[in-house]
Design a protein around this ligand. Structure first.
Ligand code: DGY
Length: 312
C-alpha cells in the first residue's frame, strides 16, 4: 500500500480510484492550496503526489520526501515543477495534455470576441444604467472576419485556436516558440502582420517575458493580444505601458503573474484590458478528464508501469 497526497478535492471524485486501488489517501481538505510548509510536510510522508499548478514542487520539497516516486500534476503546464530535480532523484512526472485543448481554445476565442466586441463595456453600461438608447455610433468594435491572427506557439492549443479562427474567416499565421520544434515564420515578421496575437507557449527560460516592450512595439497599434498560456510569458509592466500609450489596441489575459492578481495591481488600470481568473480549462467535462488523467498517471507510476503522459 502506497501513501498518496492529493492537494485538492478532485473533480468527479477521481480520488476514490486511489482508494479502490488499495492505496492510502491523504486528501487536502480545503479549496485553497496547501501552504508550502504544509505541502512539504504532507509530501514528506508520501510515495506519490497529485498536485495542481498552484503547488511548487522544488528541490527542497523533493529532499524532504525521500519515498516519493511520482508527481502527477492535474495540468498540461508544469512550470511549477523542477523537472531536473525530479529526474535527478528518479521521480516520475505526469501531466494532462490533450484533454484541455478544446476548452482552452474556446476560452481564447471568448477573450478575443469579448475584446473585439467590447463586451465588458456593454455589460457595465447595462448594469450601471448608462445605456440610454440604441445608437448608431456607440460601442463599435471590430469583426473577426478578414483579420489576421498570429499564433505564437502552434502546438496542440495553438492549432485548436487556428481552426476556430479559420471558421471566423480569419487568416492564420504561425510562429514557433523560442526553443520549440515548429519554427513557422519569424516572430517579428508575424507581429508586423497580425491583427490578433495569441500566445500558446509553455513558460520556461526561453519564453519568460517573451512579450516584452520590443515584442509589443513590433505589433500593429490596432492589434489585440490574447494570452491563455502562463502569465510569466508577458512582461506586465511593458504591457500596461503599451496599453496606456496605445502601442497596441487591447489585451485579453486569462493568466497573470501572480495569480491571483491583487486588485491594486497597476496593470488593472490599463485601458482595453480584460483579465479573467485562469479559466481556460474550467469546464466540468475538461476538469473531470484532467483529474482522470492525473489519477491514471499516478496509479501507473505506483504500479511500476509507464505513465500514460510522462514529462521527459
Ligand atoms: C494547464 O493545465 O496548464 C492549464 O493552465 C490549466 O487550466
Amino acid at each position: 500500500m502506497a501513501r498518496c497526497f492529493v492537494t485538492r478535492q478532485l473533480p468527479g471524485n477521481q480520488s476514490d480510484r486511489i482508494v479502490a486501488a488499495g492505496h492510502d489517501l491523504d486528501l487536502w481538505p480545503k479549496e485553497s492550496p496547501p501552504p508550502q510548509d504544509k505541502l512539504i510536510a504532507h509530501a514528506a510522508q508520501a510515495d506519490a503526489l497529485l498536485c495542481m499548478l498552484t503547488d511548487r514542487i522544488d528541490a527542497e520539497l523533493l529532499d524532504a520526501a525521500p519515498k516519493l516516486r511520482v508527481v502527477s500534476t492535474m495540468a498540461v503546464g508544469y512550470d511549477n515543477i523542477d523537472v531536473n530535480a525530479c529526474h535527478q532523484r528518479g521521480v516520475l512526472i505526469g501531466h494532462t495534455p490533450d484533454v484541455l485543448t478544446e476548452a482552452t481554445a474556446d476560452m481564447t476565442v471568448a477573450l478575443l470576441l469579448a475584446l473585439a466586441r467590447r463586451l465588458p463595456e456593454g455589460i457595465a453600461a447595462v448594469n450601471d444604467g448608462s445605456w440610454s438608447t440604441w445608437s448608431p455610433n456607440w460601442l463599435l468594435g471590430v469583426e473577426l472576419r478578414d483579420l489576421t491572427v498570429g499564433i505564437v506557439g502552434p502546438g496542440r492549443i495553438g492549432r485548436a485556436v487556428s481552426r476556430r479562427c479559420e471558421a471566423f474567416g480569419m487568416k492564420v499565421l504561425e510562429s514557433g516558440r523560442p526553443g520549440g520544434g515548429r519554427p513557422g515564420m519569424p516572430l517579428n515578421e508575424m507581429l508586423a502582420l497580425a491583427d490578433v496575437v495569441s500566445i500558446h507557449c509553455p513558460l520556461n527560460d526561453s519564453t519568460e517575458a517573451l512579450v516584452s516592450s520590443e515584442f509589443l512595439a513590433a505589433m500593429k497599434p490596432t492589434a489585440l493580444l490574447v494570452n491563455t498560456s502562463r502569465g510569466g510569458i508577458v512582461d506586465q509592466i511593458a504591457l500596461a505601458k503599451a496599453l496606456h500609450n496605445r502601442t497596441i489596441a487591447g489585451a485579453g489575459l486569462d493568466v497573470t503573474m501572480p495569480e491571483p492578481l491583487p486588485p491594486s495591481d497597476p496593470l488593472l488600470n490599463s485601458p482595453n484590458l480584460i483579465v479573467t481568473p485562469h479559466l481556460g480549462s474550467a469546464t466540468t467535462r475538461t476538469r473531470e478528464a484532467m483529474a482522470t488523467k492525473a489519477v491514471d498517471n499516478l496509479l501507473a507510476g505506483l504500479a511500476g508501469e509507464p505513465l500514460p503522459d510522462c514529462v521527459t
